[in-house]
Design a protein. Structure first.
Lengths: 450, 305, 275
């Protein structure tokens, strides 16, 4: 929560190549009022800078943003907005560097949940609800679920990611007389049959860790009642060894026992592994929601069924897809937060929402977007999942817990050197350790849950 | 300064010790001193200060105890220790190849050039290429299968029992060329008559190199041992980082101390713990420094003569 | 005995095997860059059936030329500065013996062992306070600081071996310390200087960690930082990744091929023997 910690985060070179970390900065406590009320809209020449990411997962975003800026500048002749597209590796470190120096972008891109919270905790952003009216924010998908702290909305959702669709090749399954599995037992049966025939059921790669977080979110959500269960476990009010948090590890172990995965899952990166599915060497795989339509297209829509992780639990979220929104926030050092907020609201005008869908094929994070305009059945299905989604668990635990316990644990369970039970115990031990080492963790998570 | 001309020379004792003389080295040394102070002194000071603080408050040894009780930290230190096993492997390999090269006069230049090549490859390149090469269904296992060695194929980087040794193997692959070139050059500069007399005494190949070559090379070998030991303890980060996508995986099987510090500071946002771990790592590298000094004193100056 | 009896032929066999192992990964990289993805995955060791430069086109459409320029600039300035500063300091330390000099040298040497990752955080904080993040000067300065200890140590040890008689003769001729340094000491120091240039050049060119943290804008990235991002961007397109790796390796490999004699002589001759 102080400058020193935010600098460290700065180096959050986490993002360099590894997982991502989080923000820094300072909320300067504007009165949480309606748009433009704290400061009048400027009449002098104003230049805003926006650092963003997302072209990789939503191709077309760059063009859309350029068009949007142009339209906004046409409306406000005294305003210029410069956009800088960041690399995946550079997004967080460059922001953290900016936060340390208190200069840089006015508008910054953040992933949802913990990635939106941590910059607020380290005071590098001003909550958008200080400048955007509550009735406007109420339309922004997932804002309340992920990006709200103590009644304040920290960052403004931009577009929605359905996380994560399971893609099944019906051609491969048909060959072996199998159906697309929807329950856990069906999945294990498919694994048994296919592995006996030397075919991979699920293509995955965990060398780079990320996929572990995906699996946690998809499997773990099936036994929790709400995201508050997860934050409670982080705070220590529940335990990661409790059945509702631990059982997914056992299920994961079952997938290994039944030979569901490609044998080289530990030496492949996630994206390398997904390629196996495209090449027809695996019956199923899991991809980013925004990217799924591209994968479907590569294989042919007639051969692919888009579905969710087969269900093993009877929790409220079993059979659902996770939903998370990628967001934009206003930096605490921005001189014109009211203009930044106004631009963000402009991004949510009907014309811009429709254009976003047309140009990227992904779902804008706004319930005013007219879903009836979506023709493509795959997208339609994905959007329906995202609109009625489960919390994306990975976004509700500290990133350190994610990489140290989840990423590492999934690698070892899938490799066979650790049992699911041991992995759950490790996760609990790591959470306990984090509470000891990060003395403000519990307080921050308490504020988040309220 | 010109008044001190007479005192120039390392061997000559200064005749006069005026102020001018005492300040003599200052302009020469100042730029280096400034750069070193900037990079090291301030950083080390900050590091030690932060290792005793949390949120700008003094917490005594709390950070140290948190680090020392972290099983991952102990694992990381242990992995560095295990990697030291690669040092004798490097020395034996480099010495053997150097001896073979020395005996083989034909084509030495070409062999030497090729064997040195891995040493100039950037580590990110090594990470990418070996990442492909060492996959379970990758090129190395493919080649082994093709050679009828299917039984020795392994999931080189995916098996937690093996990954650290694979890492050590890659480091040996890259660093051995440096040793070969060092040792060979030294052998070639040894006076020929040493060997002649040994040959006349009827010394065989092994006896000759064991009794003549190796003793002559001792200081150089020690230098190589120490610099490679430094690599294994203090400079191994890049290898682990690029070959495991920054994870130190599978599980924690390739986490080394540097990676632990890096992740604690930049991923877990716990700079105070990273500082404490860094101080501990620095203290343990002092052992190497002491070793270095011992050698230097024993060999009387330059590592080689 | 054994090896001798097996004779020259077996020695060549051993050496050829070693060379194959040394070259294998490089071969994979170069041929991989000329193949199609399917060809690489199917037959990694085969020669490309229809060599294709497409991957290189993709590579050069990226920002390789910019990164290359940055690497050349940062590396050459840092190494040059290091050499000048280290030579001055080493001569200063050797030429004016003072109480505690050996301690100073000792401390300097011991800094070689400090892992850079340890210094990263405080250095970044200073850099941020100075507003020097994403500037060449912060990276150059840090590189110089990190290269100095070994450089000073090596040069100081070498300077000590210069016969005093030479220096005294020059001093009697009325040469100033600087003149002695320039006319006598430097010309004698070709070998250790070459050694250092090679070692420092390799180090600075290949340095990743500091560059990754300090150079965050695309315009300032060095080749090592660039290819790290490049490889994650194109991770599915193996030929392109391999082409990028070849391009990243080429400058040093070319320098090495053409200057091999100096490389190796530099590495070994001077410092290590004390000449």
């Amino acid at each position: 929560m102080n400058a020193r910690r935010s600098v460290a985060a700065a180096l959050s070179a986490a993002a360099l190549l590894t997982t991502a970390a989080c923000g820094g900065g300072s909320s300067d406590g504007q009165s949480p009022e309606g748009a433009g009320s704290p400061q009048a809209f400027p009449t002098e020449d104003v230049t805003l800078t926006m650092w963003w990411w997302g072209e990789q997962e939503a191709p077309g975003a760059k063009q859309w943003l350029a068009d949007t800026v142009k339209a906004y500048e046409a409306k406000h002749s005294n305003i210029t907005i410069k956009t800088v597209l960041q690399t995946t590796d550079g997004l967080i470190p460059s922001f953290e560097a900016a936060a340390a120096a208190k200069q840089g972008p006015d508008i910054e891109y953040f992933w949802g949940g913990i990635y939106s919270q941590q910059p607020y905790w380290s005071e590098s952003i001003t909550p958008v609800s200080d400048y955007i009216p509550a009735d406007e924010l109420a339309h922004y998908t997932n804002a309340a679920l992920e990006d709200t702290y103590d009644g304040r909305t920290l960052t403004a959702p931009w577009y929605v990611n359905p996380q994560f669709p399971v893609l099944a090749r019906t051609d491969v399954l048909d060959e072996h007389g199998l159906e697309v599995p929807t329950t856990w037992d069906e999945l294990l049966n498919v694994c048994d049959v296919l592995s006996a025939d030397g075919v991979t059921t699920l293509a995955g790669g965990v060398k780079d860790g990320w996929f572990g977080g995906w699996l946690y979110s998809m499997l773990g959500a099936q036994s929790v009642a709400s995201k508050d269960d997860v934050t409670a476990a982080v705070r220590g009010d529940q335990s990661f060894t409790d059945p509702n948090h631990a059982e997914w590890w056992t299920r994961l172990e079952e997938t290994r026992e039944h030979g569901c995965w490609n044998d080289d899952i530990n030496s492949l990166e996630l994206y390398q592994a997904q390629q196996r599915w495209v090449d027809g060497d695996a019956a199923m795989t899991i991809t980013a929601g925004t990217d799924a339509p591209n994968f479907v297209e590569k294989v042919g829509a007639d051969k692919v069924t888009v579905t969710t992780m087969p269900t093993w639990g009877d929790g409220a979220y079993a059979g659902k897809m996770g939903t998370t929104s990628q967001t934009v926030g206003i930096t605490s050092w921005s001189k014109y937060p009211q203009v930044a907020a106004d631009f963000i609201m402009f991004m949510h005008t009907p014309d811009r929402l429709q254009a976003w869908y047309d140009q990227t094929g992904s779902l804008p994070a706004d319930d005013r977007f007219d879903m009836s305009k979506v023709g493509d059945p795959v997208k339609k299905q994905l959007f329906a999942y995202a609109a009625d989604g489960a919390p994306y668990l990975e976004n509700f635990i500290p990133s350190a817990l994610d990489s140290k316990a989840v990423f590492a644990g999934v690698q070892l369970v899938l490799q066979g050197s650790k049992s699911g039970e041991e992995a759950a115990a490790d996760m609990q031990a790591e959470a306990e350790r984090l509470r000891r080492t990060d003395r403000s963790l519990v307080d921050n998570f308490e504020g988040w849950t309220d | 300064m010109t008044t001190d001309v007479a005192t120039v020379g390392p061997a000559s004792r200064p005749v006069r010790r005026g102020l001018a003389h005492r300040l003599g080295p200052l302009p020469w040394v100042a730029p280096a001193a400034l750069a070193i102070l900037f990079v090291f002194a301030y950083s080390m000071f900050e590091l030690v200060r932060q290792s005793f603080q949390y949120d700008d408050a003094w917490v005594g040894f709390e950070n140290f105890s948190l680090v020392l009780t972290d099983p991952l930290f102990r694992t990381a230190i242990w992995h560095n220790t295990l990697l030291l096993v690669a040092v004798p492997v490097l020395v034996v390999l480099a010495l053997s190849v150097a001896v073979v090269l020395y005996e083989t006069r034909r084509g030495v230049v070409a062999y030497r050039a090729i064997l040195f090549l891995p040493y100039i490859l950037p580590i990110p390149v090594i990470g990418v290429v070996f990442g492909q090469l060492l996959q379970l269904n990758g090129a190395l296992n493919g080649a082994l299968d093709g050679l009828g060695l299917g039984s020795v194929t392994q999931d080189w980087l995916g098996n937690p029992q093996l990954a650290l040794w694979t890492m050590g193997g890659v480091i040996v692959w890259k660093e051995v060329g440096f040793g070969i070139v060092l040792f060979l050059a030294r052998m070639m500069s040894l006076p020929e008559d040493v060997y002649e007399s040994a040959r006349l005494d009827g010394a065989g190949f092994f006896r000759m190199h064991w009794h003549v070559t190796i003793p002559q090379m001792r200081p150089l070998v020690v230098f190589y041992v120490i610099s490679e030991a430094i690599v294994m303890v203090s400079w191994v980060f890049n290898y682990v980082f690029v070959m495991t996508n920054g994870q130190g995986g599978p599980g924690t099987s390739t986490v080394v101390t540097e990676l632990y510090i890096y992740r604690t500071a930049f991923q877990d946002q716990a700079p105070e713990l990273a500082s404490a771990a860094a101080v501990l790592l620095f203290l343990s590298t002092l052992v190497l420094i002491v070793g270095f000094f011992r050698v230097q004193r024993a060999e009387g100056g330059t590592f080689g003569d | 005995m054994l090896i001798q009896r097996l004779g020259a032929a077996s020695r060549h066999v051993v050496l050829v095997v070693m060379c194959v192992i040394a070259l294998g990964p490089g071969y994979l990289m170069v041929t991989g860059s000329l193949k199609s993805q399917a060809e690489f995955l199917g037959h990694p060791w085969a020669l490309p059936t229809s060599p294709d430069l497409e991957a290189y086109r993709t590579t050069f459409n990226d920002q390789f030329t910019r990164w290359l320029f940055n690497s050349v600039l940062v590396t050459s300035v840092a190494v040059l500065l290091t050499m000048v500063i280290a030579a001055l300091a080493a001569w200063g330390l050797v030429n004016w013996p003072f109480r505690g000099r050996d301690t100073v040298l000792g401390i300097t040497v011991s800094l070689m062992v400090v892992p850079p990752v340890v210094l990263l955080m405080p250095l970044f904080q200073v850099g941020a306070e100075l507003g020097w993040i994403s500037t060449y000067r912060i990276v150059i300065l840090v590189y110089v600081g990190l290269m100095l200890p070994f450089s000073i140590y090596l040069l100081a040890n070498f300077f000590r071996t210069i016969p005093a008689s030479l220096l005294e003769a020059a001093a009697l001729d009325g040469a100033s310390p600087f003149q002695v340094f320039r006319r006598i000491v430097l010309p004698l120091s070709g070998a250790p200087v070459a050694t250092l240039v090679v070692v420092n050049l390799l180090w600075a060119w290949n340095e990743l960690l500091l560059a990754l943290v300090f150079l965050q804008t695309d315009e300032k990235k060095t080749l090592m930082v660039g290819i790290t991002g490049f490889q994650s961007r194109y991770s599915l397109d193996i030929p392109t990744v391999m082409a990028g790796m070849v391009v990243a390796t080429l400058p040093l490999a070319a320098a090495y091929m053409f200057g091999q004699r100096y490389f190796i002589r530099g590495l070994t001759a001077g410092g290590l023997k004390g000449e």
